[in-house]
Design a protein. Sequence first.
Length: 179
Amino acid sequence: ARLDLIRFTPGYQVFFENHSPIRIQGDTALDEATVEQLEPGAGAAFRKYTTRSTTAYTLAVKHFLYNNFSRLRDVLKWEIVRSAPSMLSLVFQTLDSYVSKQFRSLQVKQLLEYHMVFLGSSPFQAPALYSLMSHLDFKSGVYYPKLGMLALADDLYEIGKQLGVIYHFAAPVERIVVQ
């Protein structure tokens, strides 16, 4: 691994207006207990929500993220077809409506929807498919490069140079050629 990634422990802390801060651990059982404190009785719904977020995340990474769908067989895979009904329901409703069907607490809803700010959207507009981001928070964990975020850009630059990429800095873009 070029980047020495270190897991945050805890993952992060959330500060709510007029409410005590909470810590997200990146451990489903511990975070379920936190959600249960915010909304008594919501632990089981949180467990179901994160399980579904893992399914969406796994399908996205395995079948969609690195696929340009140039052939019909790229889409017609059994795992995709089998999951289509539940995944389509995540495409045709907003993240807020999806979360609101399962949770009442404003703090829990904010916790499950805040990713949209970083993605430049809103939970009232973004599809519920983005619930897959919860997999990273509550199951995978939050990581950072030991040398800081600039190390990521530096490594990408070095990899590009090794692959023969020629960089032109502070130059106007006239066209982009893709081969």
